[in-house]
Ligand binder design. Structure first.
Ligand code: HEC
Ligand code: HEC
Length: 375
């Protein structure tokens, strides 16, 4: 065997990736990433056998080239559409908020990972509405030949349980990290978000200032020119994770339903990788997929409606309420064209490159459905 083929047989590195020194948040508890555990998680993530009719995998709705989201407003599962827009899965490990889903209904990432499988619409092992029970999936996987050695490698024996599936899937998702952005270069060199980054254009540095600084408002909730835009209060650099105490941001529609409202969505994925490395947006934004572009996102924050239908609107978006006016009407940022361009330019510096292409997070099945795996 040549040196080269020995190297190509080494397992992918999931367990010992470089994490920048300034990244301090980590929601891992006792489920530490191992190479064998994340490898099993990768296979489960891409395996259509996890759906009742072998047509849908996790990756059907979480696509690597879109930062593990979906370009559709809502995704399609085995029994129809999802209720909300798919979420990007990049840097899911690095958030202070430990609860997952837009409305935080899963208490941990581990708990989240088998809910799509148990969901009637998504993967269909719900045990109701004519769906098979989850135990039928455990039996199906135990008669799928490659899982035998994958479970042995990860857990020392081949017993397949829901808890082990959760551990492996969560390890794989926590391994998906993106820290090779231009923001990271600047942050590493400067070690201070407030200082100008030498590798940024002046427009990008102005966008960074606008993102980080807080706004001030007059009594009509109109922003005073030159003050910041306050994004940092909820989407906090350098992780750009969501503040766990955030209430809703005024996006209260339900996907593809013109009349219903939903004020429960208070989690956001990291604001890193909203755009791909080539500058395309990674799908529409928000829980209802209602904002097709980042420009639409700016329109939303520019002019927020606060009314009695949405008592859950976060106070930080109520403009003059911050000046002691409890009638707070919803902020009006009075964004100028150059401020919009600057903030957009800054947001684009938050995108990495390798997360979109690295083989270790890619589909391990070939076009014939055979598993092709290094381990
Ligand atoms: C049919 C489409 C679909 C499939 C299949 C699917 N997901 Fe999702 N995923 C979604 C949608 C939609 C959401 C947001 C749902 C919500 O918040 O109510 C989501 C949310 C998530 C989140 C939460 C992310 C966060 O930051 O809170 C994780 C993690 C996740 N999915 C992992 C998985 C895993 C693991 C699988 C496979 C076992 C899977 N998904 C299968 C559509 C899908
Ligand atoms: C008060 C807290 C708060 C502030 C301030 C805030 N956001 Fe958000 N943001 C949220 C919440 C909560 C969500 C999830 C909303 C949903 O989908 O229902 C969100 C979602 C988003 C999303 C969609 C993410 C995705 O994956 O679809 C973008 C983009 C975004 N915010 C950008 C910004 C920008 C830019 C600013 C500053 C102008 C900002 N936000 C200010 C709380 C906030």
């Amino acid at each position: 065997m040549t040196e080269e083929s020995v190297t190509s047989l080494l397992p992918h590195n999931y367990s010992n990736q470089d994490i920048p020194f300034y990244i301090l948040r980590d929601n891992t508890t006792n489920n530490i990433i191992t190479d064998a555990g994340a490898t099993l998680g990768r296979v489960l993530f891409y395996d259509k056998r996890l759906s009742k009719d072998n047509t849908v995998s996790c990756a059907s709705c979480h696509q690597q080239e879109l930062a593990f989201s979906d370009s559709a407003v809502v995704s399609t599962g085995v029994n129809g559409p999802t209720a909300r827009h798919s979420m990007r899965l990049v840097n899911g490990r690095f958030s202070e908020e430990v609860r997952f889903f837009w409305d935080k209904r899963a208490d941990s990432l581990e708990e989240q990972t088998t809910q799509p499988i148990r969901d009637h619409a998504e993967m269909g092992f719900s045990g109701s509405n004519g769906d098979p029970e989850f135990t039928a999936l455990l039996e199906k996987l135990s008669t799928t030949p490659y899982y035998d050695s994958l479970f042995v490698d990860a857990f020392a024996n081949n017993v397949i349980t829901e808890e082990r599936m959760q551990s492996a899937l969560a390890q794989f998702i926590r391994s998906i990290q993106s820290f090779d952005s231009r923001y990271d270069q600047g942050r590493a060199n400067t070690n201070n978000d407030q200082a100008a980054f030498a590798n940024f254009t002046s427009e990008e540095n102005e966008g960074k200032r606008l993102f980080l600084a807080r706004p001030d408002f007059n009594n009509e909730s109109q922003r005073i020119a030159g003050t910041g835009l306050g994004c940092q209060a909820c989407h906090r650099a350098p992780e750009f994770d969501i503040d766990p105490n955030t209430r809703n941001n005024g996006v209260i529609s339900v996907a593809e339903n013109p009349v219903a409202t939903d004020t429960t969505n208070t989690r956001s994925p990291t604001l890193r990788d909203l755009f791909s490395s080539t500058g395309q947006s990674n799908g529409p934004f928000m829980h209802d997929g209602s904002l097709a572009t980042f420009s639409d996102v700016l329109d939303h924050y520019n002019n927020i409606t606060a009314d009695n239908n949405n008592r859950g609107l976060d106070n930080r978006l109520r403009g003059s309420m911050r000046q002691g006016n409890i009638q707070g009407t919803g902020q009006n940022l009075l964004l100028t064209q150059s401020e919009r361009s600057a903030l957009t330019a800054f947001i684009k510096t938050l995108s990495g490159t390798t997360v979109y292409t690295d083989e270790k997070w890619s589909n391990p099945f070939d076009e014939n459905g055979s598993l092709v795996l290094r381990r």
